[in-house]
Design a protein. Structure first.
Length: 127
């Protein structure tokens, strides 16, 4: 019998045998995400909009983004309006929730900002 470190059998008579395993997707739940390279966008987009764009690695609702960023749900909604109008964020309904996602334009913008920051850091280093 192959036994994984993540799957734990639990046998407690008279209960039925059980297998316990960690919930999916919680491995990095409490880790902070690096935001390197995005500080160049802050003067252009603002701190909150830049933070929201970096948090949208996967589609999320305003409530979920509020929990992740510490902004209010109303603040998240307000700060997503301009990026959505500019084509950096798309919104689509999933049941009762509206999910926001980064567009290809936002991905390109974040990539360009991170390249700019890494290039400027190399220039700032004394040789």
């Amino acid at each position: 019998m192959v036994r994984s470190k993540q799957i734990t059998p639990q046998v407690s008579p008279p209960d039925s045998p059980q297998l316990a395993y960690p919930a999916r997707g919680t491995g990095t739940l409490w880790e902070t995400r690096p935001t390197t390279g995005t500080h160049a966008l802050i003067p252009v987009l603002g701190r909150s909009r830049t933070l929201l764009l970096t948090e949208l690695e996967s589609p999320a609702s305003t409530t979920e983004l509020a929990h992740r960023t510490g902004l209010s749900p109303a603040g998240v909604s307000q700060n997503l309006t301009a990026p959505r109008d500019a084509g950096l964020v798309s919104a689509h309904r999933a049941g009762r929730a509206v999910l926001y996602a980064r567009t290809g334009a936002a991905e390109s913008l974040l990539d360009a900002a991170s390249l700019t920051c890494s290039t400027s850091r190399r220039r700032d280093r004394p040789e």
